[in-house]
Design a protein around this ligand. Structure first.
Ligand code: S3P
Length: 448
């Protein structure tokens, strides 16, 4: 009998099949959060389809509802959001619980700051350890005040302001969450608020603002990077939003297919935004056959159908400048490297330490325990692949309550002679509630 909250990963003969966005692949998590926040500020109602059904996005929805936004649940993937149309947020009666979700927390900070309400934010054990100074600093500058502990972690209380001032903020660490946090605040501040991003990160906020006609301008900085400026307090009309499949979720199947001989899978309706597809290009660079079958546009985003076929993979070197485009995919790519020929080197992984777990350590410790020749040297990960030879397996792993670490180790099971036992697999539901079922549908060997 399999204990509750445990997943057992069996080596597969081959993986075959077609995965469809919204049926098999969850809606893009980053875009889902943004769709909720922006439609909450619109004039009129927005129908959001294909929204991510994981717990993280649900926490954003619950927080918005506590702030007075009316959201109808038509189906688990379809919501109707009634926009505020310039009205104020309501003072919530209770503290807001954000579970495991860093994106909910940082975006919410910016959303709340320009309103005169007092909001306490708290989360689970993992979220309570993640750094919030990156959000507090710009929001203090625009007039919000904070009550927090010495580490500036959750729980914290934000006192928004009735007289917010536009700021010009240079994001010190590449972070799409912080860029979005400041731009969301700017939407409710008179005049101009701007964000300078020396290293560009995922641009879903910008694309959605453009799609909705929100006055955001972007200019290239002479020093590199981009300056985004938003004109605040400008009404905009609601427009329906369709959310594509999440490439950071689908990557686990892509890697599994790439490392399992004779595999051939197709994924339809995937978000193919250039800031999000880099991991698929890395897989291709390693030797996997990745074919783009079709491309189209939806709500300002590129959508693609892709096919992945197994191949003998080669090692890859990834430089630090690549980190923002691969940040959520390193756990999956590390598994591809563990199965490849030769030694892969991933540099500049510092930010991985501040994710849902210390992912640098979680990847290193788990690969090592599973018998992979791996070294962590400061912020660099060096992985010597098995070249296709199976690892022994038969081991119980600790995934540090991190959904992406759990899914990556499940994929590592594809090259293990004996099952890998993933304890604490419940965490997967923060982004991908039916992960295991979808995997089973691709496989030809099932657990008894
Ligand atoms: C996200 C941005 C990234 C990413 C996270 C989602 C977003 O975080 O790791 O999973 O939706 O903006 P950072 O902003 O901390 O880089």
């Amino acid at each position: 009998m399999v204990a509750k909250n445990t997943l057992i990963s069996y080596r597969q003969s081959h993986l075959r099949g077609t995965l469809l966005a919204h049926k098999d692949i969850p809606g893009d998590k980053s875009i889902s959060h943004r769709a909720l926040f922006l439609s909450a500020l619109a004039t009129g109602t927005t129908e959001i389809t294909g929204i991510n059904t994981g717990e993280d996005v649900e926490h954003t929805q619950l927080a918005l509802e506590s702030l007075g936004i009316h959201i109808e649940n038509v189906t688990p993937q379809k919501k109707i959001v009634h926009g505020l149309a310039g009205k104020s947020l309501l003072q919530p009666t209770n503290p807001l619980y954000l579970g495991n979700s860093g994106t909910s927390t940082r975006l919410l900070g910016g959303f709340v700051a320009p309103f005169p309400i007092r909001v306490t934010l708290y989360g689970d054990a993992s979220l309570s350890q993640r750094p919030m100074r990156r959000m507090i600093t710009p929001l203090r500058e625009l007039g919000a005040t904070f009550e927090t502990n010495d580490h500036e972690t959750l729980p914290l209380t934000i006192q928004g302001t009735s007289a917010p001032v536009g700021i010009h903020y240079k994001v010190p660490i590449p972070s799409a969450q912080i860029k979005t946090c400041v731009l969301l605040a700017g939407m409710n501040i008179d005049g101009v608020t701007s964000v300078y991003e020396p290293t560009q990160t995922r641009n879903h906020t910008e694309l959605m603002m453009e799609y909705l006609g929100i006055p955001l301008t972007m200019i290239a900085s002479e020093e590199g990077g981009v300056i985004y400026s938003i004109q605040g307090k400008k009404p905009f009309q609601a427009k329906n939003i369709r959310i594509p499949g999440d490439p950071s979720a689908a990557i686990f199947f892509a890697v599994a297919a790439a490392i399992t001989p004779q595999s051939n899978i197709t994924i339809r309706g995937l978000n193919w935004n250039p800031y999000r597809r880099r991991a698929y290009e890395v897989l291709q660079q390693m030797g996997a056959k990745v074919t783009v079958l079709d491309q189209s546009m939806s709500c300002g985003e590129i959508i693609a159908d892709i096919q992945i076929e197994a191949a003998s993979l080669n090692a890859v070197n990834l430089e630090a400048f690549e980190a923002p485009s691969l940040i959520d995919e390193y756990p999956a790519i590390a598994v591809a490297a563990a199965a490849a020929n030769g030694t892969s080197v991933f540099k500049g992984l510092r930010e991985l330490r501040y994710k849902e777990s210390n992912r640098l350590e979680a990847i290193f410790k788990n690969l090592l325990n599973c018998g992979i020749d791996v070294r962590a040297d400061d912020d660099t990960l060096i992985i010597k692949g098995t070249g296709g030879s199976p690892i022994f397996g038969g081991i119980t792993v600790n995934v540090f309550k991190d959904h992406r670490i759990a899914m990556a180790l499940y994929v590592l099971g594809m090259i293990a002679r004996n099952p890998i036992i993933i304890q604490g697999a419940d965490c997967i539901s923060s982004s991908f509630p039916n992960f295991h079922q979808v995997f089973a549908n691709l496989s030809f060997m099932h657990a008894a």
